[in-house]
Write a protein that binds this ligand. Sequence first.
Ligand SMILES: [Zn+2]
Length: 259
Amino acid sequence: MRGLWNAAGGLSCGFVKASPQAQLKLLELAELDTELSRLDHRRRTLPENAEFEAAQQRDTELRDELAALEARDSDLTRDQAKAERDVDQVRSRIERDRARLDAGQVSSPKELENLQSEIVSLERRQGDLEEVVLEVMERAEEVTRRSAALSAEQAELTGRRDEIAARRDAAFAEIDEQAGKARASRAAIAADLPADLLDLYDRLRAQHGVGAAALRNGRCEGCHLSLNTVDLGRIRGAPPDEVIRCEECRRILVREQNA
Ligand SMILES: [Zn+2]
């Protein structure tokens, strides 16, 4: 329990001991870990990520809408064919009736009147059906126009998405390269540190983000807490291999020359 000060003292020491050189190495480790966190944050928050996501989402919307338009187009094609068949049927009946009239086959005035009135009504029916054909064709044209506009947007979007992906991947590659170097440096430093010190540092890092900070000019550089003279005196009096912790941020407090 040696070296453990109570909370009233403002500082506490762990059970780990390490040479001042090893402790100083923790600051390099902390710097690299900060760099790695920064790179990780940058990778996750690249504007290209959101841009790519938005482009993907729009692409999905376009696909859905184009599929719906295609279905609509085939419905309209079917409707048009049916309406055209109806027109043809009515037209043939009119022709048949006219032929009968022209051939003088109908002699009874009553029958003549019926036939003429049937032709009038069939012509009206033909007019209505032709209207239907025109309406269906107009709707089909509208569908074709809309599909063409969406397809053009889709082509433009695909190009833009590829361009965003290329920018994003270039940024990823740059970040990953920097992170790779930082990780290699970290591994080299970590390899030379005593296992218990590294373990403590890593545990603190997992809890607090950064595991160690310098005690510089009487201040913890991790949380910027200035230590009072009593605490500073205690730290100066502590053996150099004592691993000190900041009471405020719990990081390992590494004493530098002018601490
Ligand atoms: Zn602190």
